[in-house]
Design a protein around this ligand. Structure first.
Ligand code: SF4
Length: 223
C-alpha cells in the first residue's frame, strides 16, 4: 500500500512559496558519480530542515527547497559536503552516465574537458548535453538536445531529440565517430550556430528541425 500512500505531497515548491520564499537547488554527487554517502544525505536533511522539501527529479539530481534567505549558506554547506549544485538558466547544462559505476572510465577525462569548456555557456534556451560512455547509451543520451555516445576514442553525435511530451522522439545521428581530439571544437561550432541563428528562446530541437537543411549544417558536416 505504500506505493500509493501520500500521493499528494504536503510540501511542494509551489505550496512552500505560497507561505514564504523558497529557492530550489538541484543537487547531485557529481557529473558522473551517482552515489550519495550517508553523510551527504545527513547534510541534505540538515540543510533542508523541517521547513523545506526534498524531491527526486528526472535529471539525475535531487531538488531541494530551502528558504531563500538561507540559500547562500545552504550552497556553501552542501558544497563542503562534496555535493554538486547544478547551474540554472538558459545555459548549456551537461549530464553524463555513471560510466558503469566507474568500471568503464575511458570517456571520463574527455567528459570533464567538455564540462570545463561548455557547461554554463549562455544559449537561447537551456540546452542539455548528455554524454554516455558506451554504445548501450543506457542513460538515454539520444533523448537529450545533444547526445554524445562514446565508442573507442570517438563520439557519435545525435541532435534534435524532443525530450518529452506526446511528440517525444530520439535525436538523429548528425556525425559518426568524431575523434576525442575534435569533439570540443565541433560542439562549440554547433552551439555557436544555435546562438547565432535561433529565434529568441527557441528550444534546440525546434531550431534544429527548422534549419537542418540549411547550408551551415552541411558545411559543418563536411569540415
Ligand atoms: S552508457 Fe554504457 S558506460 Fe554508461 S552506464 Fe550505461 S552501460 Fe555503462
Amino acid at each position: 500500500m505504500n506505493a500509493f500512500r501520500n500521493n499528494i505531497p504536503e510540501k511542494t515548491f509551489a505550496t512552500l512559496n505560497a507561505n514564504g520564499e523558497f529557492a530550489r537547488l538541484a543537487v547531485s554527487p557529481g557529473m558522473i558519480n551517482k552515489h550519495y554517502t550517508p553523510a551527504q544525505f545527513q547534510k541534505i536533511a540538515e540543510v533542508v530542515g523541517e521547513g523545506g522539501a526534498i524531491k527526486y527529479s528526472a535529471s539525475y539530481s535531487i531538488l531541494l527547497s530551502v528558504p531563500t534567505n538561507g540559500v547562500e549558506q545552504a550552497i556553501k554547506t552542501l558544497q563542503q559536503a562534496g555535493l554538486y549544485i547544478a547551474k540554472q538558466g538558459s545555459i548549456v547544462a551537461m549530464k553524463a552516465c555513471d560510466f558503469c559505476d566507474g568500471d568503464k572510465m575511458e570517456a571520463a577525462a574527455i567528459t570533464e574537458q567538455l564540462y570545463i569548456a561548455l557547461e554554463g555557456l549562455e544559449v537561447p534556451k537551456r540546452l542539455r548535453l548528455n554524454v554516455n560512455g558506451c554504445a548501450s547509451a543506457c542513460y538515454n543520451a539520444i533523448y537529450d538536445d545533444i547526445g554524445l555516445v562514446y565508442q573507442k576514442d570517438s563520439f557519435d553525435i545525435y541532435l534534435g531529440a524532443v525530450p518529452m511530451g506526446v511528440h517525444a522522439q530520439a535525436g538523429t545521428l548528425f556525425a559518426k565517430r568524431v575523434s576525442i581530439q575534435h569533439i570540443e571544437v565541433l560542439l562549440h561550432q554547433i552551439i555557436t550556430l544555435y546562438k547565432d541563428y535561433a529565434r529568441p528562446e527557441e528550444p534546440f530541437y525546434k531550431f534544429y528541425r527548422r534549419t537542418n537543411t540549411a547550408a551551415f549544417w552541411q558545411h559543418l558536416k563536411n569540415e
